[in-house]
Design a protein. Structure first.
Lengths: 182, 172
């Protein structure tokens, strides 16, 4: 999965004249310090704390295995967030297939207690953000929570900067419209 | 332009996706203050939500990387193996004086060819067993390729010693 990401990503390489693998300290300083960001992104996409924690673990392990190539990547934050998003989307796709198979077998109603708990904990704005399509949800959080520039978000989402701006605007306007009409 | 008009203008830019990071910081600061105008109150929770989400962190009690805790033992074993190999090599001295050849193993002078080879072989087997043990531990971790290089050097030393012993076997 990650190897595909590495192969397909439009990475800007910065050769430093060395091909040494990252050591533990470099890996801690460059990759593990992004755990909060990757965790928030995973949680935003997967809607589940534990699944997000698992995703962070898996991503870090896969990046550790690929640490020989990480040293050459110029924008490591963008690369890691992009890899995290792709990993989460891959898991959602797999889950979707599994759910379709499950639904063919039986109808399952979601647990009302957990639904209520989630509703109480979240603010109205959080609920509205979570109702956005994944792309808009990811973009608005990358901008308004993580404070990333539009070109960085464009690199992570494989969109043009203008497409990011349009999606960001749509996401914000949807939230405003919902809040004003309630 | 008063402050309310300025915020109105920034909000319009914000919802159009046209604000800069600095302008968004200004909005966040305004909505975090005690002076939010009544007409802007409806937007306050948006900015509050983002600030709350930003404070959410990856749980500290979870290991960030399991793999980082399993490096020392195999490396220590490797060093021990290398030390054993080096000390045995030092212990085995090979001497030739004129036409009379003998070997000194662990401080003892041995003239018997068969006995010398037997003792040397036993010591070599110990090195080999030690190396195999190190290899087994190392195979459990990802750094096998790097550490194997060092092991290969020891294996080369072992081979050189073996060659030397073979030569002794011929000349004795």
């Amino acid at each position: 999965m990650i190897s595909d990401v590495i192969k397909s990503a439009k990475l800007r390489y910065l050769y430093k004249g060395t091909n040494k693998k990252m050591n533990t300290k470099q890996f801690n300083d460059k990759i593990l310090k992004l755990a909060d960001k990757t965790y928030r992104l995973a949680k935003s996409i997967l809607y589940d704390e534990h699944a997000a924690q698992d995703a962070v673990q898996d991503l870090n392990l896969k990046l550790w295995e690929k640490r020989g190539k990480l040293d050459k990547i110029e924008n490591i934050t963008g690369f890691v967030l992009r890899a995290m998003r792709n990993l989460c989307l891959d898991r959602l796709r797999r889950k979707h297939v599994e759910n379709e198979l499950q639904n063919d077998l039986e109808y399952r109603e979601s647990d009302p207690h957990s639904q209520l708990e989630k509703k109480d904990m979240a603010t109205r704005a959080t609920v509205l953000i979570n109702q956005l399509p994944e792309l808009q949800r990811t973009i608005i959080r990358m901008r308004d929570v993580e404070g990333l520039e539009l070109d960085e978000i464009a690199e992570i989402t494989s969109l043009t900067e203008n497409a990011v701006r349009v999606n960001l605007s749509r996401a914000r306007q949807k939230i405003r419209t919902q809040l004003l009409t309630e | 332009m008063n402050n309310i008009e300025k915020i109105d203008r920034l909000l319009n830019l914000y919802f159009a996706g046209e604000t800069t990071i600095a302008q968004e910081q200004e909005l966040k600061k305004y909505f975090a203050s005690q002076h939010v105008a009544a007409k802007h109150k409806v937007y306050q929770q948006i900015f509050e939500t983002f600030e709350t989400e930003k404070s959410e962190i990856y749980p500290e009690n979870l290991p960030k990387m399991k793999i980082l805790t399993v490096r020392k033992k195999p490396f220590k074993t490797l060093i021990t193996s290398a030390a054993i190999a080096a000390s045995i090599l030092l212990m085995i001295g090979i001497f030739r004086t004129g036409g009379d050849s003998y070997v000194i193993i662990k401080g003892k002078r041995i003239n018997d060819k068969e006995l010398a080879l037997q003792i040397a072989q036993t010591e070599m087997n110990k090195i080999s067993a030690s190396l195999k043990s190190s290899l087994k531990s190392l195979q459990t971790i990802d750094h096998i390729n790097e550490t194997m290089k060092t092991l290969h050097k020891i294996e080369n030393i072992k081979n050189k010693v073996q060659n030397t012993l073979n030569k002794i076997n011929i000349k004795l």
